[in-house]
Design a binder for this molecule. Structure first.
Ligand SMILES: *[C@@H]1O[C@H](CO)[C@@H](O)[C@H](O)[C@H]1NC(C)=O
Ligand SMILES: *[C@@H]1O[C@H](CO)[C@@H](O)[C@H](O)[C@H]1NC(C)=O
Ligand SMILES: *[C@@H]1O[C@H](CO)[C@@H](O)[C@H](O)[C@H]1NC(C)=O
Ligand SMILES: *[C@@H]1O[C@H](CO)[C@@H](O)[C@H](O)[C@H]1NC(C)=O
Ligand SMILES: *[C@@H]1O[C@H](CO)[C@@H](O)[C@H](O)[C@H]1NC(C)=O
Ligand SMILES: *[C@@H]1O[C@H](CO)[C@@H](O)[C@H](O)[C@H]1NC(C)=O
Length: 470
C-alpha cells in the first residue's frame, strides 16, 4: 500500500512538472527556489560527502498553498549552483500523514540522519492536531528510509505543538531543541538529550516567553559561535512595537552562556530580530567544512499572496550567510563563494543603471554623516533604501501597504552597504553585516538603479546559477 502510494505520488509529481510551467520573470537567478510548486522552511541543511544538502518544506502539486508538506531536496557544491533531487520524504506514514514537517540533519558514520516532525490532523477534536518527532536515514544521500519504530518522541494532547527538531552531538551525547507552545500562550524552546538518537529525555527549558514574546516558538537552533551561545528561533505572536516586529512572524536570537552539565542557558542579551526586512523566517544553520557557521532562511513570509504563485512557484531562500559575533553583535556576511559567481564590475555609476537580467550586486560607499537614498525601480514598483544621518536609521520602503521597514543603524565610518538584487528579491547588508534587510519585490520589467546622493556606486552582474525553470 505504501509502495503504491509512493508510485502514485511520483506519477502525480511527473504530471505536475510537465503541466506546471514556471515563468522566469520573478524566478531567482542565483537564490535557491523549488523547480515548481510551494516551498517554505529550509530543512536538513548539512554537508554530506563534501556536498551541501538542502531540504525544504514542499508541496510539489501547486504553488498556491502549502498542501501536505513533503521534503524537497537539492545538492550544491558552492551554495549557488543547485541540482534538484528526487523528493526525499513523502507523507506516507500514520504519524506524518498530514505533513512531514520541519527538522534537521545529523551526519555520522557516513550516514545522514534526518530528524523531523510528523504532523497529524484530527479534524473536529481538541486539539485538532498532534506533532510527533521522527527519524529517517540515508547512506547514499538520495534515498531515505524512515525508522521502523517511529515516532521517537510521542506527541500528547496536552502538548500538541512541539516541533522542528534540531539535533547535534556534543562529547558523545546527542542534543535536540524543539519549538513548543505551552497552553497556546507561551512560546518555549525545550532541550532534550539522548545516548542513542532514539530514546530522548526532556532535560531543560532553554527559553520561555512571558506572554509578550509570542505564543509559539518555531524552528529553534542552538549553537556556539565566537565563544558565545546563540539561541535562534522564530516566535509567533509578538505585537509590533516602534520599528520592531512588523512582520506577521519574527525570527531572532538571544545571546548567552550555556552550561552542558546543568543544561542551563543564561541570556546575556535581549531578543533581537535577525533581519529587518519583510521576508525572513524559519532559519537553519550548519557548521561547514571550513568551520563557518552558515545560516539560510525562507525568504518569504506567511499569508503574503505574492504574484510569483501565478508563475508556478512560491518561496525562495536567502543567500547563505556566515554568522559571526563582532563587538557583541551577531553579524551576517554573504558566504565568500558569492565572489565566484559575480561578473566584472560594470562601472562606478552616476546616472541610471539597468541591471542585466534583473540580477546583480550594488555596493554603496558614501559619507557616513549625510543622508543618502538608493532607488531600485521598475515600471510597476519603486523601492527606496535610505539612510537618515540625524536619527541613525535605515529604511527600506517597497511601496504599497505596509511597505516600510526601518531600524537603528549608524555606520562606523563611511556608509557602506552591499545590496543583492535577484529578479524578485533585495538583500541589504549594512556595514559589517550588523543589520540586514531581506524583502521581496515584484518588478514586471527591467530593474533600474540610481541614487539620490553622492555615493560611489559599484555595480556587478551576477550570473545565473539556478537551473532555468521550465
Ligand atoms: C557505521 O555504519 C556501518 C554501516 O552502515 C555499520 O555497520 C556500523 O555499525 C556503524 N558504526 C557505528 C559506530 O554506528
Ligand atoms: C508512544 O505512545 C505509544 C502508544 O500511545 C506507546 O506504545 C509508545 O511506547 C510511546 N513511545 C514513546 C517513545 O514514548
Ligand atoms: C497550562 O495549562 C494547564 C492545564 O490547564 C495548567 O495546569 C497550567 O497551570 C497552565 N500553565 C500555565 C503556565 O499557565
Ligand atoms: C519538559 O520539561 C519541562 C519542565 O522542565 C516541562 O515544562 C515540559 O512540559 C516538559 N515537556 C514535555 C514535552 O514533557
Ligand atoms: C516580558 O518580557 C519583556 C522583555 O524582557 C518585558 O519587557 C516585559 O515587561 C515582560 N512582560 C511581562 C508581562 O512580564
Ligand atoms: C533615472 O530613472 C528615473 C526613474 O525611471 C527617472 O525619473 C530619471 O529621470 C532617470 N535619470 C536619468 C539621468 O536618466
Amino acid at each position: 500500500m505504501v509502495g503504491l502510494l509512493k508510485v502514485t505520488a511520483a506519477l502525480l509529481l511527473f504530471v505536475s512538472y510537465t503541466n506546471g510551467k514556471v515563468l522566469d520573470r520573478y524566478y531567482p537567478r542565483y537564490h535557491f527556489a523549488p523547480p515548481y510548486g510551494w516551498m517554505n522552511d529550509p530543512n536538513g541543511f548539512s554537508i554530506f560527502n563534501n556536498e551541501i544538502h538542502l531540504f525544504y518544506q514542499y508541496n510539489p502539486y501547486t504553488s498556491y498553498d502549502t498542501g501536505i508538506a513533503h521534503w524537497g531536496h537539492a545538492i550544491s557544491k558552492d551554495y549557488f549552483h543547485w541540482q534538484h533531487q528526487p523528493i526525499a520524504m513523502y507523507p506516507d506514514e500514520w504519524y506524518d500523514a498530514t505533513g512531514v514537517f520541519s527538522g534537521s540533519a545529523l551526519i555520522e558514520n557516513e550516514t545522514m540522519y534526518l530528524f523531523f516532525t510528523g504532523n497529524v490532523k484530527y479534524p473536529g477534536e481538541t486539539p485538532d492536531h498532534i506533532n510527533r518527532q521522527a527519524l529517517a536515514m540515508s547512506t547514499d544521500g538520495v534515498t531515505f528510509t524512515k525508522y521502523v519504530n517511529n515516532p521517537i518522541i510521542n506527541g500528547s494532547t496536552s502538548m500538541p505543538d512541539l516541533r522542528d527538531p534540531k539535533v547535534w552531538e556534543h562529547e558523545g551525547t546527542y542534543y535536540m531543541v524543539l519549538g513548543n507552545s505551552l497552553n497556546d500562550t507561551y512560546g518555549r524552546v525545550l532541550l532534550y538529550s539522548s545516548n542513542d538518537k532514539i530514546s530522548w529525555d526532556n532535560v531543560s527549558v532553554l527559553a520561555e516567553s512571558n506572554g509578550t514574546l509570542g505564543y509559539m516558538y518555531e524552528c529553534p537552533d542552538f549553537f556556539e559561535v565566537d565563544g558565545k551561545y546563540v539561541l535562534l528561533f522564530s516566535p509567533q505572536g509578538i505585537e509590533p512595537s516602534g520599528d520592531k516586529y512588523h512582520n506577521l512572524y519574527q525570527t531572532g536570537y538571544i545571546i548567552g552562556d550555556f552550561d552542558y552539565s546543568t543544561h542551563t542557558f543564561t541570556p546575556t542579551s535581549e531578543f533581537v530580530e535577525l533581519d529587518h526586512g519583510h521576508d525572513f523566517y524559519a532559519t537553519q544553520t550548519i557548521i561547514d567544512n571550513f568551520g563557518r557557521r552558515i545560516v539560510i532562511a525562507w525568504f518569504d513570509m506567511w499569508e503574503q499572496n505574492y504574484p510569483e504563485a501565478s508563475d508556478g512557484f512560491t518561496g525562495i531562500m536567502t543567500i547563505p550567510r556566515e554568522l559571526r559575533i563582532l563587538n557583541g553583535n551577531l553579524v551576517q556576511i554573504p558566504v565568500g563563494e558569492i565572489s565566484d559567481i559575480k561578473g566584472k564590475q560594470v562601472s562606478a555609476i552616476n546616472g541610471n543603471y539597468t541591471l542585466r537580467y534583473k540580477a546583480g550586486e550594488v555596493n554603496v560607499l558614501a559619507d557616513g554623516c549625510q543622508d543618502f537614498e538608493l532607488y531600485i525601480v521598475s515600471d510597476n514598483v519603486k523601492v527606496t533604501i535610505s539612510y537618515d544621518a540625524a536619527n541613525g536609521k535605515v529604511t527600506l520602503d517597497r511601496g504599497g501597504t505596509d511597505g516600510v521597514r526601518r531600524t537603528d543603524w549608524r555606520p562606523a565610518g563611511q556608509l557602506n552597504w552591499r545590496i543583492f538584487v535577484d529578479a524578485s528579491s533585495i538583500e541589504l547588508f549594512c556595514g559589517e553585516g550588523e543589520v540586514t534587510f531581506s524583502s521581496r519585490f515584484f518588478p514586471k520589467g527591467a530593474v533600474v538603479i540610481y541614487q539620490g546622493g553622492e555615493a560611489v556606486l559599484e555595480v556587478r552582474n551576477i550570473v545565473r546559477t539556478m537551473p532555468r525553470p521550465t
